[in-house]
Structures are given as structure tokens and as C-alpha cells.
Design a protein around this ligand. Structure first.
Ligand SMILES: Cc1ncc(COP(=O)(O)O)c(C=O)c1O
Length: 402
């Protein structure tokens, strides 16, 4: 959690600016706010890092994904290709805009593969919601070819990959709209917050309106603004945005340290038989928030997890068993358990979610163990950690041979 590791005076100063005026609302109140516009500042910082023409801050990464989908024209009955390895929010966003998720295969990039997307396309496919996982990036050249060959809309959920890029373009900027999460666990946090980016003005304007009850944000009298479209309240507060500003300014520094720490761990672990790493289609674009280990197979990975637990190694995720990131545990979607009826329950699911055949995904996630990279690790911390991981892998491989 590098962002929160560096919480300090800069964050307090930004918060204090907001508290000094008491204007916690991102719009209007010009006379009272002493020229503090934290949501706008947050958006500008995100634009600086990503190079996006437009950025719109919202209450969470989840609401940013939902808004990106809606502003890209995705709605009821549209089939949207999604990955089975992502945070559940991606799938919820697709469902709650009324669309129908179609699960496709990922590969060792931990993201949807071009081949996986291609195989999942049907005459009803409208869009792909591509997720850039674990601080890295999807393999964009072949993916963009499939998107353009099939005339699909691309929305990118870069919730976990703010500041990552592929061949010089930021994740989130390949399609119609993209988004980042600034929740507590990300490279930069706003406490809770999300930002949608796009290079398309119309998509940006739709998002701006959709995320604030239809307000067009023209004029100084809020109650008299026009409402070109229906919307809802996905607004970010000035307090959250204030934290987001200070944290986003830290990202270049955090990323540099992340990358150095990850490089050192990879060097230390490369010598361990049985350990390989998730594929980064552009290593230069890695935000390096995660060290993603791939073990030879699922059984070995599970034994490594057991060994690490027994040895007191902490700070890793075994996604194969995770309730919120991997489809194997998503019983609520498989049984369509909803609090109130969703369009998919009336229209019918495009796949039998209980019996999906995704062998490449199962094999990849079964082998994957991820460690969150820490900014404040010392060289000694990393040598100790790598040593322990190595020991656990070696033990797990020996157990297999017994
Ligand atoms: C890929 C992805 N998308 C969306 C989200 C949702 O973000 P938030 O927690 O800010 O709502 C997350 C959060 O972890 C995520 O990892």
C-alpha cells in the first residue's frame, strides 16, 4: 500500500485548505471557497500523470467504471466481454448498467488476451471491459486489433494500474474511456475515490452529467442548471479529493521506488527453481505495485502458500482462493442472487456462469501468488523476504517429489 505508507504533511495541508472554508462540495460556492477546488486539482494531477485530455473524479473506482460504461453508451442488453480475474466491481458495474457480462480467457499477463476476447465475440457483443491487473498492463497491440476488426467499444478498468502504460500510452487511454481507483489499497489513495479518463470530449461531458444527477454544470445557480441526461450521485467530496491531490503528486516518486524494489526482488528470486513471473507486455510501463509469482502448477502454488503461512510470511494474495477477485468463488453471480431484479434476470445470461470452460484462466490463476510491493522496504527486508519465499518454494517442490 505505498500511497498510505507516505501519508503526511502534504495530505494534511490539502485537507486543512478544505476545512478552513467548510466547502466540502466540489461544485459552486465560489465566494466561500477561497479558490480551493480540490476535485479539479485532483483531476489535473491525474491528467498530468496519464496525459489524458479529460479526467473526471468520482466517489470510487467502482462508480468510475459504471460511469465509463454508461458514458460510452453501454446499457441494457449489451454483451460486454469481461475477465474472470478482476475485482468484482468490474462485473457489478457491467450488471448494474443493465449489460450482460461474457467471461473470456486471460493469459500470463493476468489480463484478457486478444485470443480470449476473439473467441468470446458473438453477434451481440458491444464492448470489452478490459482490466489491467496487479499494477501491470494488457497486451494492447493484439487486443486493439481485435477491437478494431470487430468494431467493438473498449472501456478500460485500470483500477489497479494507475500510472502504468504500454508503449508510452497510459492504461485507460486506449479505448473510449478508462478508470482508476484511489481506494485505500492503491498506489495513491483518496480514502475513497475514482477517476475516469478519456480523450473524447463527448464521453467526458456525458460522464460529468451522469455522475451528478444530470447537472450540466453551466452557470452559478445549481438549482437552475439544465439536465441533458438522467444521472445519479457518484460525486467525490472535496475532502477525499484533497487527499487524492497530495497522493497523486507522490506517484512518480512512489513508482520509481516500487520499480527498484520489484527489480531487486525479481533478481533475488530468479535464481529459485520453480519461480517465474507474470508477463509484462511492456516492462517499462509497469507501475510495479505487485510482484506476481507464477509457480509451475496449482498444486505447487497451494503448497507454497501453506509453507509461507507456516513460516509466517505475510503480505501476499493467493487469488485462486480469493472471494472477490476470482470467478471460482463468485457464487452470487453464478446463482444470480440479487437484492432486487437486474435486467440480466429478465433478458437471460449470455453464458451458463456455473459451467464456464476457461482452462487457461484456471491454470494461470492457480499458479499465481502476488506480493504487494512496499515503498519503505529496506534492502535487508527484501533479502529476508526473498530468502523466505525461496525456502518455501524449495520445500514445496520437495514435497511434490516425496
Ligand atoms: C480492477 C478494479 N476495478 C475497480 C475497483 C473498484 O475500486 P473502488 O474500490 O475504488 O470502488 C477495484 C478496486 O480494488 C479494482 O481492483
Amino acid at each position: 500500500m505505498p500511497g498510505t505508507e507516505l501519508f503526511g504533511a502534504e495530505e494534511r495541508k490539502e485537507i486543512e485548505d478544505v476545512l478552513s472554508t467548510g466547502v466540502l462540495f466540489r461544485y459552486n460556492h465560489d465566494a466561500l471557497r477561497n479558490n480551493h477546488w480540490k476535485a479539479k486539482d485532483f483531476e489535473n494531477e491525474v491528467k498530468k500523470i496519464t496525459g489524458a485530455k479529460f479526467a473526471h473524479a468520482m466517489s470510487s473506482g467502482s462508480t468510475a467504471v459504471a460511469t465509463a460504461l454508461a458514458a460510452s453508451g453501454i446499457g441494457t442488453g449489451d454483451e460486454v466481454i469481461v475477465p474472470p480475474f478482476t475485482f468484482m466491481a468490474t462485473i457489478e458495474a457491467v450488471l448494474f448498467v443493465g449489460a450482460l457480462p461474457v467471461f473470456a480467457e486471460i493469459d500470463e499477463t493476468l489480463c484478457l488476451s486478444a485470443e480470449g476476447i476473439k473467441k468470446a465475440i458473438t453477434p451481440k457483443t458491444k464492448a470489452v471491459c478490459l482490466v489491467h491487473m496487479c499494477g501491470g498492463m494488457a497486451d494492447m497491440d493484439p487486443i486493439m486489433k481485435v477491437i478494431s476488426d470487430h468494431n467493438l467499444i473498449l472501456v478500460e478498468d485500470a483500477g489497479q494500474s494507475f500510472s502504468s502504460s504500454y508503449k508510452g500510452t497510459s492504461t485507460g487511454l486506449f479505448g473510449k474511456a478508462g478508470c482508476y481507483s484511489f481506494d485505500f489499497f492503491k498506489i495513491a489513495t483518496a480514502g475513497e475515490g475514482g477517476v475516469m479518463v478519456t480523450n473524447d470530449e463527448t464521453t467526458y461531458k456525458k460522464a460529468d452529467v451522469y455522475s451528478d444527477h444530470g447537472h450540466d454544470h453551466i452557470g452559478a445557480v445549481r438549482g437552475m442548471e439544465q439536465h441533458p441526461y438522467l444521472g445519479f450521485n457518484y460525486r467525490i467530496s472535496e475532502l477525499h479529493a484533497a487527499v487524492g491531490v497530495a497522493q497523486t503528486r507522490r506517484v512518480p516518486q512512489i513508482k520509481e521506488k516500487n520499480r527498484a524494489n520489484k527489480k531487486m526482488l525479481i533478481e533475488l528470486l530468479s535464481k529459485t527453481p520453480g519461480v517465474s513471473f507474470a508477463r509484462l507486455p511492456d516492462p517499462e510501463g509497469d507501475s510495479a505495485t505487485c510482484l506476481n509469482l507464477l509457480l509451475p502448477d496449482t498444486a505447487t502454488a497451494q503448497r507454497v502458500v501453506d509453507e509461507m503461512k507456516a513460516a509466517g510470511v505475510a503480505g501476499f494474495d493467493y487469488w485462486f482462493k480469493n472471494m472477490y477477485h476470482f470467478i471460482n468463488q463468485w457464487d452470487h453471480i453464478k446463482e444470480m442472487r440479487t437484492v432486487s431484479k437486474l435486467p440480466i434476470e429478465i433478458l437471460g445470461a449470455p453464458q451458463d456462469y456455473k459451467n464456464l470452460h476457461l482452462p487457461k484462466t484456471q491454470e494461470t490463476i492457480g499458479r499465481l501468488i502476488s506480493f504487494g510491493i512496499k515503498y519503505k522496504w529496506t534492502e535487508e527486508d527484501m533479502r529476508t523476504l526473498a530468502g523466505k519465499i525461496s525456502e518455501c518454494v524449495t520445500k514445496a517442490l520437495k514435497t511434490e517429489n516425496v
